[in-house]
Design a protein around this ligand. Sequence first.
Ligand code: DAK
Length: 259
Amino acid sequence: MTETVLFERKDNLAILTLNRPDQLNSIDEDMRNRLQSLLRELSNDADVRVILLKGAGERAFCAGADIKGFGKVDSTAGYRNQRLDGHWIHTFETVRQPIVAAIHGYCLGGGLEIAMACDIRIASEDAQLALPEVTHGIIPGAGGTQRLARLIGMGPALYMTLSAERIPAAEAHRIGLVSKVVPRAELETAAEQLATKIAGFPPLATRYAKEAVKRGFEMPYGDGMALEIGLSTLLTTTEDRLEAAAAFREKRKPVFKGR
Ligand code: DAK
């Protein structure tokens, strides 16, 4: 059976590819389980410094949840399990390493929810992003209503969530939903170059930077500042900080060890 998520290692970079191209990489149960277990494994792997997520095929990053599986009225049992743990897509946010999403073609519903749970989004010019859940009689339920408003502000988030309209990459860039737009042919290289660049930085610094920004954003200002000073002080005790300074003085390339 074809793997629903492909996994590849390139030095300190882990590359995950959503792989149901003939179904526009929509998320079935197998893809969800495999993604979740890969992310948990990678988060605990000290040699992995950055994760890159992309979609297979020419047409989509991910067209959302597998609508073909929406065949029955759900019970509340799932809710009982998710109430404390949160939705499985939350796993992207709890992964220690930065995650870069390379978005091409359709990025819809649960696909956009996954992309929003990643840390950096790069899109190609052909990308179209939307939250069409209301057209299916549901709402974005994997954190999408909360993350979108935090990323682009309440007004634009309400517009996208209620209108279900697809927005092109250039508009997504204008409102801050993606950080960069590149021609389609350059997407993989651009995303990989960025991920590789970040993987070359001291890994504890990039992990703590992610934590400070993401966790701090959910906190009152003073608590966020306390989180920042704690993480910042911890980093002053690392060997990598001394190595960065020594390499600068000696005009050579640093070698970081993640400690
Ligand atoms: N699910 C299953 N199959 C999909 C799919 C999807 N989301 N999107 C596309 N496909 C399949 C098509 O059925 C078709 O398969 P075959 O018929 O060939 O077997 C194949 O991919 C190619 O798609 P089309 O033939 O439809 O291609 P078109 O160019 O004509 O149209 C399209 C492309 C992207 C406009 C269209 O496929 C489309 O509208 N797809 C649905 C997009 C969508 O609405 N996505 C959002 C799904 S809702 C929850 C948390 C989260 C969620 C739900 C609950 N809880 C906590 C409870 C998330 C919800 C969603 O993501």
